[in-house]
Design a protein around this ligand. Structure first.
Ligand SMILES: Nc1ncnc2c1ncn2[C@@H]1O[C@H](COP(=O)(O)OP(=O)(O)OP(=O)(O)O)[C@@H](O)[C@H]1O
Ligand SMILES: [Mg+2]
Length: 271
C-alpha cells in the first residue's frame, strides 16, 4: 500500500532526473561548441582593448614629452636672444642721437642675432614638418635629412637610391616619417657605419628599404615587450597598416637591420 502510494512521486522524480540529464546532455555540446569559443574571443577582445588603451596612453605621453621638449627649446634658444635684442635696441635708441658709430655696431649685432634666430626657427620648423616635403618632394627632403644627420654623425656613410618623381602628399609624408624613425634608430642603437636607403616603384607598389650594417637586435624580444622599449617600431607598423601596406623588419643580433615597407600606390584619402 505504502509502495503503491509513493510510486507516482518516484516516477515524477525519475522523470525530472531524466529531463535534467537530457538537458545536461544537450547543453554540454552547446557549452563546448558555442559558449567556450565565444568566451575565449570575449577574453581576447578585452585584452586587446586593454592593450590599445595602454598604447594610447604611451602615445599621449610621448606626444606630451615632445611638446615639453619643444617648449624647452623655444624658451632656452629664443628667450635669451630676444631679451638681448630688446636691451640692445634700447641702447641704440639712446645712442642714435649721440654716437652714430656705436649705433651702427649695435645694429650689426642685432642683425647677426636675427639671422641666427631665423636659422633656428627654420631648423625647428623643418624638424616638425619639413616644408620642402610639400615643395620639392621626398627625394630632396631625404637628401636634406641625411645631410643634417651626417653632420652630427660623421662616421655614418649614406647611400640613397630614390627616384626624383613625385608621389601623393600622403604617401610622401608616410615614407618620410618611416625613414626619419629608421634613421633615428640607426643613430641611437645600431653603431652602424653604412646605411642604404632605397625606394623602388612598380605599377602598383612603392617599396622603401632602410638597411644598416650595425649591431642588429632581437626582434621577437622587442615585439614581446609591446612598447616597453619604445614606440618607434609600433608607430612605423601603424603608419604602414593605415596605408594598407606591409612592414617587414629583418634583423638578428650582430647582423644589421633591414626595415622594408611595401605600400600600395593607390591610396584612399584619409577622412
Ligand atoms: N637599426 C637598429 N639597430 C639596432 N637596434 C635597433 C634598431 N632599430 C631598433 N632597435 C632596437 O629596437 C628597440 C625598439 O625600437 P623603437 O624605435 O620602437 O624604440 P626606441 O628607439 O628605443 O624609442 P622611441 O623610438 O620611442 O624613441 C630599440 O630600443 C632598439 O633596442
Ligand atoms: Mg626609435
Amino acid at each position: 500500500m505504502l509502495l503503491a502510494d509513493s510510486l507516482p512521486e518516484m516516477s515524477n522524480s525519475i522523470a525530472a532526473l531524466t529531463d535534467a540529464t537530457i538537458l545536461l546532455l544537450c547543453l554540454s555540446p552547446a557549452y563546448f561548441v558555442l559558449y567556450r569559443p565565444l568566451r575565449n574571443s570575449w577574453d581576447k577582445n578585452r585584452l586587446h582593448q586593454q592593450e590599445i588603451r595602454r598604447l594610447n596612453h604611451q602615445l599621449l605621453t610621448a606626444s606630451e614629452n615632445e611638446r615639453r621638449q619643444l617648449a624647452r627649446n623655444l624658451h632656452d634658444e629664443f628667450g635669451q636672444i630676444l631679451t638681448g635684442l630688446q636691451i640692445e635696441i634700447q641702447l641704440v635708441k639712446q645712442d642714435v642721437g649721440g654716437d652714430p658709430e656705436t649705433a651702427r655696431t649695435q645694429c650689426d649685432w642685432i642683425s647677426q642675432q636675427l639671422t641666427g634666430l631665423s636659422g633656428q626657427v627654420r631648423d625647428i620648423s623643418r624638424t616638425l614638418r619639413p616644408i620642402m616635403l610639400d615643395t620639392t618632394g621626398l627625394a630632396a627632403t631625404l637628401r636634406w635629412l641625411i645631410k643634417t644627420v651626417a653632420s652630427h654623425q660623421p662616421q655614418l656613410r649614406f647611400q640613397l637610391q630614390i627616384p626624383e618623381g613625385r608621389l601623393s602628399a600622403q604617401l610622401e609624408t608616410v615614407l618620410y616619417r618611416l625613414c626619419q624613425e629608421a634613421i633615428n634608430n640607426i643613430c641611437k642603437h645600431s653603431r652602424a657605419q653604412q646605411v642604404t636607403i632605397e625606394l623602388n616603384l612598380s605599377q602598383e607598389w612603392v617599396t622603401l628599404s632602410v638597411i644598416d650594417d650595425g649591431c642588429g637586435f632581437d626582434l621577437p624580444a622587442v615585439e614581446k615587450s609591446a612598447g616597453e622599449a619604445g614606440l618607434g617600431l609600433i608607430g612605423m607598423r601603424e603608419r604602414v597598416a593605415a596605408c594598407c601596406g606591409k612592414l617587414q623588419i629583418l634583423t638578428r643580433p650582430d647582423e644589421g637591420c633591414m626595415v622594408s615597407a611595401q605600400i600600395p600606390l593607390a591610396q584612399k584619402e584619409l577622412p
